[in-house]
Write a protein that binds this ligand. Structure first.
Ligand SMILES: [Ca+2]
Ligand SMILES: [Ca+2]
Ligand SMILES: [Ca+2]
Length: 131
């Protein structure tokens, strides 16, 4: 076998490996890291949260209720995030929770979340609001 062929085979193997990892969602950073710097910043997290919100809001009335959130927030958490008490979250109310969880997941306060921070309980709580 030529060297080139071996190289191509190895590349194909590596590629299918990473595709597999991606389909299992093993690395949440890769899903949302649009600038490819290996961490999630506020802009990337906000973008992910907005696109999930729109996906969960099929009637596009701009609000999500507990049912539409599908377990991402408990009834109690929705109540806490819902200052106008109408039982639904607007995109701004939702993003306020996302921001709170981002800050909780970023103990070193550098404004970005790395893989370790995302694996913490606070990081996982944030990820539930992104996918
Ligand atoms: Ca990034
Ligand atoms: Ca509300
Ligand atoms: Ca950080």
């Amino acid at each position: 076998m030529s060297r080139l062929l071996v190289g191509l085979l190895l590349a194909a193997l590596a590629f299918s490996g990473s595709a597999f990892a991606g389909s299992r969602g093993a690395n949440p950073i890769k899903l949302f890291d649009t600038d490819n710097d290996g961490t999630l910043d506020r802009i990337e997290v906000r973008k992910a949260a907005i696109s999930l919100f729109q996906k969960l809001d099929p009637d596009h009335d701009g609000t999500l209720d507990v049912r539409e959130l599908r377990g991402r927030l408990s009834a109690k958490e929705v109540k806490a995030a819902d200052p106008d008490n109408d039982g639904t979250l607007t995109i701004n109310e939702y993003l306020a929770v996302v921001t709170q969880r981002f800050d909780a997941a970023d103990p070193d306060k550098d404004g970005t979340l790395d893989a370790k921070e995302l694996r913490s309980p606070a990081g996982r709580a944030l990820l539930r609001l992104l996918k």
